[in-house]
Design a binder for this molecule. Structure first.
Ligand code: GLY
Length: 371
């Protein structure tokens, strides 16, 4: 029960393998990339405790040896000190230009290790072994790598495509329900931005996905990766269409900043709330029907996910302060926020022409409902 999605980027094309047991079979899939039978693996403490030995055995079956480094878990690892540590360790390990670096972990590890690979000896190849749902459907695919700055998230980085992605769906069983559902926020995003029938399928199969049905999970990861692969192949460096992948993210980034990037709101939870807000604003300005935001929220609630500002614990700043935070977004040009709005479910588009009074009203109403 395995699927493959191809990312068609010419000389930088690669495959995403999706299915159970891929860590065990990693040796067979990674071996063709290697000039010598040795890889350097970087992981985080939580993931390494669960999955590093399985990877070691999988590589050993094909006589590939492995050196490994483990970094602390959590967003603060995506920073200059840990990037320096990772790069210096790779140099200590004599990783050469023709070698392959392996990122075993969620979005933090994938982004940091991808960036380390991008700058090590002016660029070495790397393989993504994403272990969270969010990383499997989003961050491991498409070559955005980087670290955070005190000025904001992901502000330092490079486009550096992986040579291979192995999305082992067995590892999803080790996620907490909260982390799994946060990743599901990004899955739902794909249906909402560009595939109404996928969203419909998610409405019908969401409970099977969350309860662990393997074929439903594989299909959800595969369809998400197919959509991302198509967009990335058409617009690798985000000159246009790729911005659609940021549906819900302008709201999300403001909410993450407002909650101090803390446990109060996980990134994928912010994406889900942000998607619901994007549809609410779209309906208010007459772009889509009023049923659409209700349908988006209903699905998120069916999945026991956060759907509204009232689902975020603790106080939030007022609507004006949230809008100020939205203006820090990377998508701001000439001081104008580029919003991802929708003409309907599956019909998102980018526009700088959104009346901020409407955004303010929607936020104010939800903040008032929060009490
Ligand atoms: N996560 C959005 C992108 O890869 O473009």
């Amino acid at each position: 029960m395995r699927e493959t999605v191809h990312v068609a980027l010419g000389a930088r094309a690669y495959d995403i393998h999706i299915g159970p047991g891929l860590l065990q079979d990693s040796g067979a899939l990674i071996a063709p990339l290697l000039n010598r039978p040795r890889v350097a693996v970087i992981s985080d403490e939580n993931v390494a405790a669960l999955h590093l030995e399985t990877l070691r055995k999988g590589l050993k079956e094909h006589d590939i040896s492995m050196v490994s480094m483990t970094l602390p878990s959590g967003e603060s690892t995506k920073s200059w000190p840990y990037l320096t540590q990772a790069v210096e360790w790779l140099l200590d390990q004599r990783v050469e230009r023709r070698d392959v670096v392996v990122a075993l972990g969620g979005g933090v590890i994938g982004d940091l290790v991808g960036f380390a690979a991008a700058i090590l000896r002016r660029g070495v190849r790397f393989v993504q072994l994403p272990t969270s749902l969010l990383a499997q459907v989003d961050s491991s695919v498409g070559g955005k790598t980087g670290i955070n700055s005190p000025h904001g998230k992901n502000l330092i980085g490079a486009f550096h495509q992986p040579s291979l992605v192995l999305a082992d769906t067995s590892v999803l069983e080790t996620l907490t329900p909260r982390d799994f559902l946060a990743g599901y926020g990004e899955v739902a995003k794909y249906g909402l931005l560009g595939d109404m029938s996928f969203f419909q399928w998610l409405e019908e199969h969401g409970s099977s996905i969350s309860s662990g049905d393997l074929s439903a999970r594989i299909h959800a990861v595969k369809r998400s990766c197919e959509m991302k692969a198509g967009i990335v192949a058409r617009d690798e460096t985000e000159q246009g269409e790729r911005a659609l992948l940021n549906l819900g993210h302008t709201f999300c980034h403001a909410l993450e900043a407002a909650t101090g990037y803390s446990d109060r709101l996980l990134h994928g939870e912010g994406v889900a709330i942000g998607c619901a807000l994007a549809f609410e604003v779209s309906a208010r300005i007459g772009l889509c029907s009023q049923e659409d935001p209700s349908r988006v929220r209903a699905h998120l609630k069916d999945m026991n996910m956060k759907a509204d500002l009232s689902d975020i614990p603790g106080n939030l700043p007022d609507a004006d302060a949230l809008i100020e935070l939205m203006k820090q977004d990377k998508k701001v040009t000439d001081g104008r926020i580029n919003f991802i709005m929708a003409r309907g479910i599956g019909e998102a588009f980018v526009t700088p022409d959104v009346d901020l009074d409407v955004v303010r009203n929607v936020l104010t109403e939800q903040l008032a409902a929060k009490g």
